[in-house]
Design a protein around this ligand. Structure first.
Ligand code: FES
Ligand code: FES
Length: 187
């Protein structure tokens, strides 16, 4: 008997469990969009080159078009549908809205998921190719526009809304840093 080419998997998406049979070749992007109707995650190139399909896997950003759905089993998957808290937008979403960090909006879910990853990576002290002093004792570099452009460079925007996107990420990062400082002071 030939080996089976499909399996039932359970995906943990935005805090909910979804069980579905999938062909082993199905990408996470196609499982989200075509099987689970979570169409907020966009398909641009389907080749890992545009960032439109960015989601968070265990809190780290990943392009879902290069991820097999079967390999995402057991991971915490966050898509754009899971970013807001009910009707309350996440500060990153609010910053994109307030600063017009989009035009057509097609790249925006990926930009926002990527920005969430950038803010966490920066707060954890991860350097980027734009970081001048990469010594651990130097701490996180200032999140300058150059740093943001470098860290967000995997997310393309055909509308060219980059100036506003950089401003939105900067504002959201400031808001997150203030929230962190406030939370630490309250402990
Ligand atoms: S659709 Fe995944 S990177 Fe372009
Ligand atoms: S807002 Fe249109 S592609 Fe980015």
């Amino acid at each position: 008997m030939p080996p089976s080419t499909s399996s039932a998997i359970t995906l943990n998406i935005n805090g909910e469990k979804y069980t579905l049979p999938v062909d082993h070749r199905t990408t996470l992007l196609d499982a989200l969009r075509e099987r689970l109707d979570l169409t907020g995650t966009k398909k641009g190139c389907d080749h890992g080159q545009c960032g439109a399909c960015t989601v968070l896997l265990d809190g780290r950003r990943a392009v879902s078009c290069l991820q097999l759905a079967v390999a995402a089993e057991g991971r915490e998957i966050t898509t754009i549908e899971g970013v807001a808290d009910g009707d309350d937008l996440h500060p990153v979403q609010q910053a994109f809205l307030d600063l017009d960090g989009y035009q057509c909006g097609y790249c925006t879910p990926g930009q926002i998921c990527s920005a969430l990853g950038v803010i966490e990576e920066h707060a954890a002290g991860w350097p980027s190719a734009a970081t001048e002093d990469v010594r651990p004792e130097a701490g996180p570099p200032p999140l300058t526009p150059e740093e943001i452009r470098e860290r967000m460079s995997g997310n393309l925007c055909r509308c060219g809304a980059y100036v506003s996107i950089v401003q939105a990420v900067a504002r959201a990062a400031e808001a997150e840093a203030e929230a962190r400082t406030g939370a630490e002071a309250a402990i």
